[in-house]
Design a protein around this ligand. Structure first.
Ligand code: PLP
Ligand code: COI
Length: 339
């Protein structure tokens, strides 16, 4: 293992040794290539640069107490990238290609996989871009799929400590029937203005409301939102939020742990009734929410008691990370061991 200050890693980019790449040309995918360069050469008219033909994914490799390296629900990332590629008219990386590329990138950089219990993980970034030239608004004929990895610490510097969030009504990350449900870079460019605003006001993240009526909760920046009350796990159902693998897993775990699960519209006023709330995602894992501030209406929803994660949130966090690190049986067949 290389020498890094594992316990204090930011969620940022650190150079590793290799990445893997595969080109789609002449209507077919080529062989996986290993590269030690951090750069790519791109045509000046590549569709990724002009028309946003770009899809990405995010998953992590976890080093367990037993020393094994685990990937979490990689098939879900395969499917989501296929959904994104289909929507923005790109070639779909086949599942085996996607999984081989991820495993290869992890194995080739195994010295960068953080130690167990350091609080850090290896973040894996699969990326698909249109590389072929177009000037009319049309899909490229050539694509590049690549996977790089980088060791990361917690997304929010507070880790599992509750964060403060602010409701955003001045901008939307996507349109009501737009691209919020897929993982394209443009959604994140569109979200930077609200993240800047939230950060400048001292909040960890902005909480989007539905872009059509502005009545319901959508999601929390780059993470899904959930609330808990009356032994029920509640999470918004909306076309404009990204279907999160973490949230899907938490819904299943909540049910397994004897909670009810509701995926439905969540009116903003319902925040007042929540006993616990959190933001969840691969990067964020679970970030419990302390308070939610609605500046326009001058309302603060105080959720966490004494700024501590609530009991159900802790239970869900322990069960999720327990499976990811191999401390608990892989009851739902979510884990792929990298050998
Ligand atoms: N919502 C958005 C907008 C995201 O970018 C992500 C991260 O991919 C998530 C939610 C969480 O999704 P997942 O749990 O699949 O990482
Ligand atoms: C993730 O949770 O994996 C994300 O993609 C969040 C962000 C880094 C885009």
């Amino acid at each position: 293992m290389i020498d890094l200050d594992w316990r204090n890693l930011p969620f940022g980019y650190i150079k590793t040794n290799y990445n893997v790449r595969c080109y789609f040309r002449n209507d077919k995918w080529g062989e996986l290539e290993i590269s030690s360069s951090e750069e790519i050469i791109l045509h000046i008219a590549a569709t990724a640069l002009h028309y946003g033909q770009e899809a990405f994914e995010g998953l992590k490799a976890y080093r367990g107490k037993d020393g094994k390296i685990r990937l979490f629900r990689i098939d879900e990332n395969v499917k989501r990238m296929a959904d994104t590629a289909t929507y923005i008219r790109m070639a779909i990386p086949p599942g085996d290609l996607f999984k081989d590329a991820v495993k290869k990138a992890v194995k080739l950089n195994s010295e960068f996989i953080p130690p167990y219990e350091s609080g850090a993980t290896l973040y894996i970034r699969p990326l698909l871009i249109g590389t072929g030239p177009q000037i009319g608004v049309k899909p490229a004929h050539e694509f590049l799929f690549m996977v790089f990895v980088t060791p990361v610490g917690p997304y929010y510097k507070h880790g599992f400590n509750p964060i403060d969030v602010v409701i955003e009504r001045d901008s939307d990350r996507s349109a009501p029937l737009g691209t919020g449900h897929i993982k394209v870079g443009g959604n994140y460019a569109g979200g930077m203005i609200s993240q800047d605003k939230a950060s400048n006001l001292g909040y960890a993240v902005s909480l989007y409301v539905d872009p059509k009526e502005k009545k319901y909760i959508d999601e929390a920046g780059p993470a899904n939102f959930f609330g808990i009350k009356n032994n029920t796990y509640i999470t918004p159902d909306s076309h404009s939020i990204l279907p999160s693998v973490t949230n899907k897993s938490l819904m299943q775990l909540a049910e397994h742990l004897g909670m009810k699960v509701e995926r439905r519209k969540v009116p903003v006023e319902e925040l007042a009734t929540l006993e616990e709330a959190g933001a969840c995602g691969t990067a964020a894992v679970i970030s419990p929410i302390n308070k939610i501030v609605d500046i326009e209406n001058n309302i603060t929803y105080n959720i966490a008691k004494d700024c501590k994660p609530g009991p159900k949130t802790i239970l869900l966090y322990e069960n999720l990370t327990g499976i990811q690190y191999g401390l608990q049986p892989d009851l739902f067949n979510w884990i792929t061991i990298v050998e």
